[in-house]
Ligand binder design. Structure first.
Ligand code: KIV
Ligand code: ZN
Length: 516
């Protein structure tokens, strides 16, 4: 068997740090479970010193993930390393990832240290982290712009100090594939103890080279690839793991390495991450875009009918893409819904059948037939609902026309009360609904982003609305799903109002315990 490439996913660290609104613990856990099912080897799940929320989610993920190595990031600072170890302490084995800038630019203008000091900091931190675990990764931040002599020197010292994985990040996505593969070759040629560590790469996509650079590094001997699903991450993002993984699978003839990935989970994992992170996938995105397997021109369609291989290098089923099926109606029972979910690869523990069935029936009454993608969207939305909920949308009525203003009257259940308010605006029905909701909640909120997607096909497709709202300098993300887009808009805002209400409850509880 040829050599294995370790797949290191950093969607929950490098990916998450670039999102507009940070994810809740529950959302991060959903992503971690999907990555575990996809069998990534290592998942970096946070930077515990950065915030109590990050610390908490690393702890929760550590409690729940059994089959993937969990890793946390730390600067070369003792308190960072302590926090990382503490957050993962429920685990017998975990990885601490320490990093330090090694390029002249980072050393001089960011860290204000000379190279000797940087080497000493790296050695000290690796030895310090080694008290907690044997699995230490060291990253030379901005390695792509670091002098090769310095890079060889610090890598040798890091390995001697006990690092078992050495990561070479192209932090700003600046290098070209031949240059990046040369960096890896030089490290193999010049670092005497290089055989005692796994050489890893971590490429950013500022020049669109992240996947190309990662593949070129494999050709030079790198055996761990870091990246994120869908390529989410700082600025232009990280290497898209689904692309790296499928390139390794499809080009065995040249690359001669393999991964441990469960390929059939790629599509579902990618969709979960796109939904939860509110990062839509462009239609023409390689592997997972909605056009990646569709053939438009007559010549291509004819070629595909004669032999799919004429225009397809990957069969869609390989990544878990299934044919859309329609067979569920309002006459379908709970067992039929559950059976369809099982056929789509969902385990019972991944959704609540009772809640899903209630939303399924409501939708079936409206649409007649419920498709696979509808069912998946409903299961996803149900999972997003966090409890307790204070606000519930009871009723709304809107009037709008091209010539005048829009008016909305909205009724919410607020705890034990039922409240109705109206609003009028010249900005259309969604704005009118949002103004009415704001009057009811009396929260001073500012809508920052509003996105509408059709989930599925046809005129009766479900419309999903994603919004980002600013409230007291914090960002809140809300999602709503309905066949009526005004209703999904209202649901998304009610979702946000509930998150704000829950956040306020936490503050009230903390204040009370401080008073005692
Ligand atoms: O891009 C980068 O250099 C990083 C390091 C922390 C590995 O994300
Ligand atoms: Zn990065």
């Amino acid at each position: 068997m040829n050599e294995k490439v370790i797949i290191f996913d950093t969607s929950l660290r490098d990916g998450e740090q670039a999102l507009q609104a940070s994810l809740s613990v529950k959302e991060k856990l959903q992503i971690a479970l999907a990555l575990e099912r996809m069998k990534v080897d290592v998942m970096e799940v946070g930077f515990p010193i950065s915030s109590p929320g990050d610390f908490n989610s690393v702890r929760e993920i550590s409690k729940n993930i059994k089959n993937t190595i969990i890793c946390s990031l730390a600067r070369c600072v003792e308190k960072d390393i302590d926090a990382a170890a503490d957050a993962m302490s429920v685990l017998d084995n975990f990885r601490i990832h320490v990093f330090l800038g090694t390029s002249n630019l980072h050393m001089q203008s960011k860290l204000r240290k000379n190279f000797g000091e940087i080497v000493n900091m790296a050695i000290h931190s690796i030895k310090y982290a080694k008290r907690y675990t044997n699995d230490i990764e060291f990253s030379c931040e901005d390695a792509g712009r670091t002098s090769l002599d310095n890079l060889c020197k610090i890598v040798e010292c890091a390995i001697s100090a006990g690092a078992n994985t050495i990561n070479i990040p192209d932090t700003v996505g600046y290098t070209l594939p031949n240059q990046f593969s040369n960096i890896i070759k030089v490290l193999y040629d010049k670092v005497p103890n290089i055989d005692q560590a796994v050489l890893s790469v971590h490429c950013h996509d500022d020049l669109g080279m992240a996947v190309g650079n990662s593949i070129s590094a494999i050709l030079s001997g790198a055996r761990q690839i870091e990246g994120t699903m869908n390529g989410i991450g700082e600025r232009a993002g990280n290497a898209a793991l689904e692309e790296v993984i499928m390139a390794i699978k499809s080009r065995q003839d040249i690359l001669k390495v393999h991964t441990n990935i469960e390929f059939k989970e790629i599509y579902r994992t990618s969709k979960i991450i796109s939904q939860i992170c509110n990062m839509p996938i462009p239609a023409n995105k390689a592997i997972i875009g909605s056009n990646a397997f569709s053939h438009s021109s007559g010549i291509h369609q004819d070629g595909i009918l004669k032999n799919r291989k004429n225009y397809e290098i990957i069969a869609p089923q390989e990544i878990g893409l299934k044919e859309v099926q329609l067979n569920l109606t309002s006459r379908s029972g709970r067992a039929a819904v559950r059976h369809r979910m099982q056929q789509m690869g969902y385990q019972d523990s991944e959704y609540h059948i009772d809640e899903l069935y209630v939303s399924f029936l409501k939708l079936a009454d409206k649409k007649g037939q419920v498709f696979d993608y509808d069912l998946e969207a409903l299961a996803f939305i149900n999972n997003q609902q966090e409890t307790p909920e204070y606000f519930r949308l009871e009723y709304f009525n809107v009037k709008s026309s091209t010539s005048g203003s829009a008016t909305a009257s909205v009724t919410l259940v607020c705890g034990k009360e039922i409240v109705t308010k109206s609003a009028t605006t010249s900005n259309g029905p969604v704005d009118a609904v949002y103004r009415a909701l704001q009057k009811i909640s009396s929260y001073k909120i500012l809508l920052q982003k509003f996105q509408l997607f059709a989930k599925g096909q046809g005129k009766d497709a479900l419309g999903q609305v994603d919004i980002i709202v600013d409230y007291r300098d914090r960002k809140f993300h809300g999602i709503g799903l309905a066949t009526d887009i005004i209703e999904s808009s209202a649901q998304a805002m009610v979702n946000v109002l509930n998150s704000i209400w829950r956040a306020n409850q936490v503050i009230l509880t903390l204040n009370k315990s401080n008073e005692l």
